[in-house]
Design a protein around this ligand. Structure first.
Ligand code: DHB
Ligand code: FE
Length: 284
């Protein structure tokens, strides 16, 4: 596909992701203060991991100074939200998942934006008049862990377009494109009309991309839909859904796939595809 626009830059995406993250921190309710014991325990362990890497890999002064330069570059390039969500968030999510029932979670990533348009089911996510990509009807039901329908459920959906770009983080896309909060019906059922996203590539022109290239890794995430599924008195699920047969499913650079989160769309015979996926929410 030929792009008819400039590709978003790592610096641009990183800057927008940093702003979105700051805004989410400003509006977050303040949790309990972190104790001195906790800070000391976690930071001591973290530093011990770095020290042990230096000893066992015999890291040199040159390498240490290169690492210092690299970390400065990540900050100046505004890429902390990108690099942390790609390389670290999946383990935080794994630990959180140990105490969670219901539909499996996955990483939030850097591209969530709150306050999107609310749409009653059946809904079509906002799209450009000439939006490209395979039409997808995504339908299902939200139930609780006892199997009962959950009324009043909301599916906050965000996704990349057919080139792998997210609105709000790519200047050529209209605000709110392929984002929306879909309100399910009284039985927790929903129908969302959208297009299939393309695989996502970590921007290669910044420090995160430079590291990936220097290490000989690849910069791809498999195509995915992002969702937060909410309902009164239930724990919100933050997750992602992938597509059976999609490229990079077995080598996601962000290590955020799970077998339970893979969709099996069927061809409708007219160039469109349909899929159902049901969500299970646990009590809050
Ligand atoms: C990143 C981007 C994503 O779309 C995602 O789902 C996870 C991580 C990133 O660039 O850090
Ligand atoms: Fe994503």
């Amino acid at each position: 596909m030929t792009a008819t626009h400039d590709s978003p830059t790592a610096a641009g995406s990183g800057d927008s992701a940093t702003k979105a993250f700051r805004a989410s921190r400003d509006s977050a309710s303040v949790g309990p203060a972190v104790s001195q014991e906790r800070v000391s325990e976690v930071v001591t362990h973290l530093l011990a991991g770095i020290h042990s890497t230096i000893r066992s890999k015999k890291v040199t002064y040159d390498e240490f100074q290169a690492a210092k330069q690299y970390l400065i570059d990540v900050g100046e390039g505004g890429e902390w939200p990108l690099i942390l969500d790609v390389f670290v968030e999946h383990v935080v999510e794994d630990v959180a998942a140990e105490a969670q029932d219901g539909t499996k979670g996955s990483i939030l990533g850097p591209y969530y934006l709150p306050g999107q348009v609310r749409l009653d089911t059946p809904a079509t996510l906002p799209r450009r008049a000439d939006e490209q990509g395979t039409e997808l009807l995504f339908a299902g039901q939200v139930r609780d862990t006892a199997g009962n329908p959950v009324p009043g459920a909301e599916l906050d959906v965000w996704q990349a377009d057919h080139e792998g770009y997210y609105s709000g983080f790519a200047p050529h896309l209209p605000d709110g494109n392929l984002r929306g909060v879909v309100v399910a019906d009284a039985q927790g059922k929903f129908e969302i009309h959208t297009i299939e996203p393309a695989a996502y590539q970590i921007p290669t022109d910044g420090p995160t991309g430079a590291l990936i290239e220097a290490a000989g890794w690849h910069p791809w995430r498999p195509a995915h839909l992002h969702l937060m599924v909410r309902a009164p008195e239930h724990r919100t699920i933050t997750t992602q859904l992938y597509f059976r047969g999609g490229e990079w499913l077995d080598s996601d650079v962000a290590s955020a796939t799970k077998p339970e989160l893979i969709l099996d769309p069927v061809d409708n015979g007219d160039g469109t595809r349909s899929v159902t996926y049901d969500f299970t929410l646990e009590p809050a």
